[in-house]
Design a protein around this ligand. Structure first.
Ligand code: HEC
Ligand code: HEC
Ligand code: HEC
Ligand code: HEC
Ligand code: HEC
Length: 489
């Protein structure tokens, strides 16, 4: 017995030593801190004497791309008040180091230059505020996906090289999809043809988010895509998120790649709320044109959500009597799981109401209350995060596993079964099912917006005095009349 205790102790000491040298919570997923100087962000900076270039400079020659990108979720990634609220909480909870991890994806330039010292916008340069801007993506010269702890893309595992030293002195180098012409760069930058920009690997390192220390995959959009049918047939993130709605529908339905001229810089996904807030801010600032363009972004996100899924009601009978309603939810057009990314924050759920011909409610599930809260019986498709203690948690520095991870794979479906009580004397059952979506639980959104750093004035910038009920999008709706007795029996 005593020998066993000694052995356990020795093992514990060995592990502690290992953890001490690597600063990783796991001896399997070892981190090389010399290779990754910005850890817990895995960005690398291939430094030259040239600085990053803010988007207003690129705008001078690339007005079209600039207009599309402005108001996108990428442009807003750092200033996003929801992000700033969470960042503020993170730094208070675990100290400054974690903010390098967050900003590595939300404002990479601000991390490598060391300009961003904490939450808040005050005093920051245009480049730091610009989030995921032109000179981030077009300065990516490579990735270190194979050298990361998981040997997969994660936590910003790309290399930034905005400039290079040449025999003619330092030169800006921008990387893009084309074989450059002689005029490329207009004398301002050199051009390099980059196959990486035509691969999902460019997006991957920011769209795989791991816990900053425990290394748990909190968001896994890239791997969901990689292990699904779209990746196998060459339909990339860009083919759905860098095109207008029509081209996206073709890519999703027919696996048809968009033409080169069809690519746009909107990067719209599901986050209609952020576009909505941005439109409000633009209106308050008197920029009507930007307000309109943000509302266009809003409409595109809603369109994408409305085309992502379908719902179907299947009545099931036992001995001729209706006993259950089966609802099938199909992921028709999301290239990854539905929902994806922040699956423990986003809410996608089924609302079902069945009434008899007199309008009496027979079955009812998933209706939000007046305060925006969902009833306990609502069928959600999402995950629940938990901490080391198995207690429910939302904050990304606490969540180290999921108690439940229940999303729908690409081109897959899930069935939900609702039992029907005996229907004496009922001739017809009118059933309506909705698949509904919102960015977060009402209380959570309120808590995050309350936590924004002091220099962000929600009233002055966004016109918000209180958090209104979060808007809900109906992704799919189906109405049918069902007979309580099996037809033909
Ligand atoms: C590996 C890159 C990466 C890291 C690291 C990262 N994020 Fe994010 N974050 C993302 C992506 C991508 C999204 C968008 C996901 C989506 O829309 O579902 C996002 C979304 C968010 C959102 C939701 C914003 C909204 O408007 O709904 C918040 C809040 C957030 N991140 C906070 C943080 C904080 C705080 C940290 C650090 C503890 C962090 N993130 C670290 C990539 C990252
Ligand atoms: C999230 C990464 C990302 C950001 C941010 C980004 N781009 Fe791009 N850009 C791309 C990708 C990927 C392509 C290639 C699209 C394709 O397949 O043709 C591209 C293509 C281009 C092209 C070639 C022509 C075209 O439109 O396809 C130009 C020019 C360009 N981007 C400029 C910009 C400018 C200017 C900004 C900022 C206002 C910007 N980009 C922001 C990823 C990005
Ligand atoms: C002085 C004008 C000028 C400025 C400023 C400028 N560019 Fe360009 N850029 C050009 C021209 C001209 C081309 C070639 C024609 C085209 O694609 O529009 C080009 C092409 C590109 C391409 C396509 C390269 C390829 O081979 O696929 C990218 C990407 C790009 N620029 C990014 C940027 C970014 C990012 C900035 C800001 C950091 C920027 N440019 C600033 C003039 C400029
Ligand atoms: C440097 C990191 C980074 C890179 C590279 C990157 N993204 Fe993002 N992306 C983010 C962050 C951070 C957010 C979320 C910002 C927020 O919500 O505050 C985001 C948001 C998005 C969204 C919007 C999600 C929503 O909820 O609506 C889409 C779509 C998207 N990215 C697609 C792409 C595509 C396609 C590429 C590759 C061409 C790419 N991203 C490359 C960091 C990145
Ligand atoms: C076949 C089309 C398709 C492909 C390919 C695709 N997506 Fe999406 N994506 C969608 C649709 C539709 C939605 C909206 C429904 C949803 O939230 O999943 C979406 C939503 C998103 C969101 C927002 C999630 C949220 O709830 O806020 C992010 C982030 C995103 N995609 C990133 C990516 C990245 C990164 C890739 C590549 C690894 C990718 N997508 C590939 C169609 C696609």
């Amino acid at each position: 017995m005593q020998r066993r205790v000694a052995l356990v102790l020795a093992t514990a000491v060995a592990f502690a030593t290992l953890a001490g040298t690597t600063h990783a919570a796991s001896p399997v997923f070892d981190v090389n801190r010399d290779f990754y100087p910005y850890y817990p962000s895995l960005i690398k900076w291939d430094k030259s004497t040239l600085d990053f270039t803010p988007p207003s400079v690129c705008q001078g020659c690339h007005e079209k791309q600039y207009k599309e990108w402005t108001g996108s979720v990428h442009q807003l990634a750092f200033q996003d008040p929801v992000y700033q609220g969470e960042l503020n909480k993170a730094v208070k909870a675990v100290g400054h180091e974690i903010s390098r991890q967050c900003e590595g994806c939300h404002s990479p330039a601000g991390v490598v230059t060391g300009e961003i010292k904490g939450p808040g916008n005050a005093g920051l340069s245009e480049m730091a505020l610009a989030g995921v801007s032109c000179d981030i993506c077009h300065s990516v010269s490579g990735t270190t996906h194979w050298q990361t702890p998981s040997h997969e893309p994660e936590n910003g595992s790309f290399i930034l090289a905005p400039g290079a030293e040449t025999k003619d002195g330092p030169r800006f180098v921008k990387r893009g999809p084309f074989t450059p012409s002689a005029e490329c760069g207009g004398g301002f930058h050199d051009c390099v043809e980059s196959p990486l920009h035509l691969q999902a690997d460019l997006c991957a390192s920011c769209h795989q988010v791991y816990h900053y220390d425990a290394h748990f995959p909190l968001e896994a959009t890239y791997l969901e895509w990689k292990h699904g049918p779209y990746a196998q047939r060459g339909i990339l993130c860009q083919d759905c998120h860098m095109v207008e709605t029509q081209a996206f529908l073709k890519a999703a339905d027919q696996f048809a790649k968009p033409q080169r001229g069809e690519y746009r810089h909107f990067f719209n996904g599901a986050n209609y709320l952020l576009s909505y807030l941005a439109a409000g801010a633009a209106r308050k600032a008197g920029n009507q044109e930007q307000a309109e363009s943000s509302m266009k972004q809003y409409a595109m996100a809603v369109d994408r959500l409305k085309s992502a899924a379908s719902v179907e009601i299947i009545p099931n009978y036992h001995k001729g009597e209706l006993t259950e309603l089966q609802v099938r939810v199909k992921n028709l057009r999301a290239g990854h799981n539905l929902p994806t990314s922040l699956t423990n924050v986003r809410q996608m759920w089924l609302e079902i109401v069945a009434k008899d011909e007199a309008g009496r409610t027979i079955l009812n599930s998933g209706q939000a209350g007046p305060d925006g809260s969902l009833p306990a019986n609502a069928r959600l498709f999402n995950s629940d995060g938990i901490g080391e203690d198995f207690h429910f948690a939302v904050d990304p520095w606490v969540v180290t596993s999921f108690s439940r991870h229940d999303t729908i794979p690409p081109r897959g479906y899930k069935d939900v079964h609702y039992g029907v009580p005996p229907l004496k004397g009922v001739k017809k059952l009118n059933v309506e099912v909705k698949l509904r979506y919102r960015q977060a639980d009402q209380k959570l959104a309120e808590a995050l917006l309350k936590a924004v750093p002091k220099d962000i004035d929600l009233k002055k910038t966004y016109g918000l005095t209180a958090v209104p009920p979060l808007p809900v999008v109906d992704m799919a709706v189906q109405k049918v009349a069902v007979t309580p007795r099996q037809p033909g029996r």
